[in-house]
Design a protein around this ligand. Structure first.
Ligand SMILES: [Zn+2]
Length: 350
């Protein structure tokens, strides 16, 4: 059986409307202009979503980096802004979009995306991580063939963090992250905070997604200062931990031209979340050449970015079919399933 045979619900992408947007400007889900799926990156012109639609036998596409929030966080946004400083830092702007699982499913169905890693948020408050995890458990149980949900975790909570991780993994969540150390009040290389979490995830056999950002370049809300150096050190320190460094690992793939760095990182993955705001899309080709396409995960950071245009731009790169298939879905399925199966009813509690 090929990977992904369990995944259902692939639909042909529809042609989305195109709506000009200023780079870095997020939108509210209730924004009437938010119905289209276009977002325009730095210095780019728009193009309608008309090229390279996958055929009916196309490999399943998995978006390995989206965020979904409980409906009450969206409906009572002001209350949560007051409760959590990191949430406030990212979402005080009313145009910064939040999505429920159903919002994500609607976008996935419009764009032919079979499944997604639904990541938690880096709440400062561990109690809010638990609240978010209760929702993610609900999503995992209601949509086992569409989502692999990752726990919101506050590593500073110590023993309570490990108890929460055990609770949610035994109940069906597939991993942990996205850790956001800059917003949660610790450093990724504070080993007294990170080592216990890393060791627990190794023993549970679950992956960890970490926000990493570029030490150079423009500033933007949520960038933070999680350095590729700390990410590399973490991989060296915990070689058995399955790691996903988000946002192209803050540029870490480029240092894999150094053989000893490549050797340290050969088990790690990079996701492409928010590429539109960060890099030319040629980053997919360049990183594939350096690291191998089998270590790159297609991820959009939905709802920050729209899935349709992002996917179109990846397909339009002209990558070799095996590489494209790996990046768009196979790697994510392999990462999460271990045995090659996407989360499904049989595997949800495994
Ligand atoms: Zn991030």
């Amino acid at each position: 059986m090929s990977r992904g045979d369990h995944v259902l619900g692939i639909r042909a992408p529809e042609l989305a409307r195109t709506t000009p947007r200023v780079p870095g400007q997020a939108m509210s889900a209730s924004d009437p202009a938010a119905g289209g799926d276009a977002i325009v990156g730095p210095g780019e012109s728009q193009s309608p979503e008309t090229s390279r639609s996958p055929g009916p036998d196309a490999a399943p596409v998995i978006d390995a980096h989206i965020h979904v929030f409980p409906p009450e966080v969206i409906s009572q946004r002001e209350r949560f802004l007051a409760l959590d400083p990191h949430f406030a830092a990212l979402y005080t702007n009313p145009r910064a979009r939040l999505a429920t699982a159903e919002d994500a499913l609607a976008s996935m169905d419009r764009n032919g995306i079979a499944g997604a890693f639904a990541l938690g948020f880096g709440w400062t408050d561990a109690a809010l991580c638990r609240m978010h995890n209760d929702y993610l458990l609900d999503v995992q149980s209601r949509y086992p063939s569409r989502f692999a949900c990752f726990a919101a975790i506050q590593p500073r909570a110590g023993a309570a963090t490990l108890a929460e991780l055990s609770r949610v993994v035994s109940a069906g969540l597939r991993g942990a992250g996205e850790l956001m150390p800059h917003g949660q009040g610790y450093r990724l290389d504070d080993w007294t905070v990170i080592d216990p979490l890393a060791e627990a995830l190794v023993s549970l056999g679950r992956p960890l997604v970490i926000h990493v950002s570029e030490p150079v370049g423009h500033r933007y809300p949520g960038k933070g200062d999680v350095s590729p150096v700390a990410a590399w050190e973490l991989a060296r320190r915990h070689p058995a931990l399955r790691l996903v460094f988000a946002h192209w690992g803050g540029g870490l793939p480029f240092y894999e031209l150094m053989p000893e760095v490549a050797a340290d990182l050969r088990q790690t993955f990079y996701d492409s979340a928010a590429t539109t705001f960060l890099y030319r899309f040629e980053v997919f080709r360049v990183a594939s050449e350096i690291c191998g396409a089998e270590r790159i995960l297609f991820g959009t950071d939905f709802p920050l970015l729209r899935q349709g245009p992002f996917l179109q731009r990846v397909r339009a790169l002209g990558l070799p079919d095996p590489a494209l298939r790996s990046i768009l879905g196979d790697n994510a399925i392999h990462l999460i399933g271990g045995d090659g199966s996407w989360p499904g009813a049989a595997g949800a509690a495994g």
